[in-house]
Design a protein around this ligand. Structure first.
Ligand SMILES: Nc1ncnc2c1ncn2[C@@H]1O[C@H](COP(=O)(O)OP(=O)(O)OP(=O)(O)O)[C@@H](O)[C@H]1O
Length: 341
């Protein structure tokens, strides 16, 4: 912790004078995911320097650091900011960059990496960095909930309960998510929500309501498989409360990409929505637990964040895309083992 504090202090000292050239700030969250982070800094220097960037590096010490660092970089004329972490780090960093035109890069090393996966950014760290070095960018939408931005998904109900449980775990990574989901399911009670969008109002007892800018929660769990991140709309998925067999089938469809055809689901697109519930309670923004009001105002903000992405956008195909992504994940794990050896 002391070492990381020194890193942040050094970075702030270096930023006393405004910088006007092609500076890139790499923000590394040392506790995200389960992998070691030592290789990231040299990798980014090696690949982004020939791409025309001068690389500065800062490590986060606590929640909120990535936002403070990215704000400072924006104020000091940095041209690109890269977050190495999971969706929480991506959220904290990206929210400081919306509307600035500063290029935002993701090196996915979190537990879920939902936004990176949606954008087609490789899970292999070298491949993800090589992709940034190609300098291809698009402007993506983001969503807000009572003024708080999210880039991947926002949810209330079961997914919020899982993110609350996950945040208390000492170990991060996929396995901790699975453990949290099982332990929350046992005591979970669905609530009644009233949702108003596109001039219609509906009231129902739901297992969860997910509002999606991107197609997945992370770990290839496709809660809105056909969501576009550049259409100015949010995909709203309501999962009805059902019995354990219904829920298990929704779970299967979540990973095969067929959730939209499951009879327990109601899904639609809207540029904005309001959800009412009986009381203030838990929710999650990009997997980070928050407590929010009984009245939840949701909006889409089109084309606000400039992100490094692959040049070609892939169309989602049920079964095929999940299998392709699983294979590519295995490749990333193997390459990690190979590099550390
Ligand atoms: N040095 C630190 N010590 C403790 N927490 C930190 C530190 N730096 C950042 N954080 C917080 O760690 C949390 C988790 O980070 P992040 O979401 O990137 O990883 P993850 O949860 O493993 O991945 P994902 O969100 O993809 O599931 C964030 O809320 C972030 O604010």
């Amino acid at each position: 912790m002391v070492i990381y504090n020194i890193f942040v202090k050094e970075y702030y000292n270096n930023m006393e004078t405004p910088i006007a050239n092609n500076r890139l700030l790499l923000i590394i969250n040392p506790i995200s995911g389960v992998g070691a982070k030592e290789a990231i800094e040299p990798l980014v220097r090696e690949l982004m320097t020939p791409a025309g960037y001068t690389v500065d590096v800062a490590y986060t010490c606590a929640r909120g650091d990535a936002t403070r660092l990215a704000c400072k970089a924006a104020a000091n004329g940095y041209k690109a900011v890269v977050a190495a972490g999971g969706d929480g780090t991506v959220n904290e960093t990206a929210k400081a960059l919306c509307g600035t035109g500063i290029r935002f890069g993701i090196i996915p090393c979190g537990s879920g990496n939902g936004l990176a996966r949606h954008l087609g950014i490789p899970m292999d760290l070298r491949k993800a960095t090589k992709l940034m070095a190609k300098n291809h960018v698009i402007d993506i939408d983001y969503g807000s909930v009572n003024g708080m931005p999210f880039f991947c998904t926002f949810g209330i109900g079961f997914d919020a309960a899982v993110s609350g449980h996950f945040a208390k775990q000492h170990r991060r990574g996929k396995l901790s998510y699975i453990k949290s989901a099982i332990s929350e399911y046992i005591n979970f009670h669905p609530q009644v929500y009233t949702l108003s969008a596109n001039g219609k109002v509906l009231t129902e007892k739901a297992f969860l309501i997910a509002v999606c800018n991107a197609s997945q929660y992370g770990n290839n769990a496709y809660i809105a498989p056909h969501a576009s991140i550049t259409d100015g709309l949010l995909d709203i998925t309501i999962i009805h409360a059902g019995n354990p067999i219904d829920t298990a089938l929704v779970g299967v469809d979540l990973f095969t990409g067929y959730i939209n055809s499951n009879t327990m689901i109601n899904t639609f697109r809207a540029p904005a929505a309001i959800i009412y519930r009986n009381q203030t309670g838990p929710a999650h923004l990009d997997g980070e637990p928050v407590t929010i009001n009984d009245t939840i105002e949701i909006k889409c903000h089109p084309n606000q964040l400039r992100v490094f992405t692959p040049a070609k956008e892939k169309t989602f195909r049920p079964i095929i895309t999940p299998i392709e992504n699983m294979v590519s994940d295995m490749g990333a794990v193997l390459s990690k083992i190979f590099i550390t050896k």
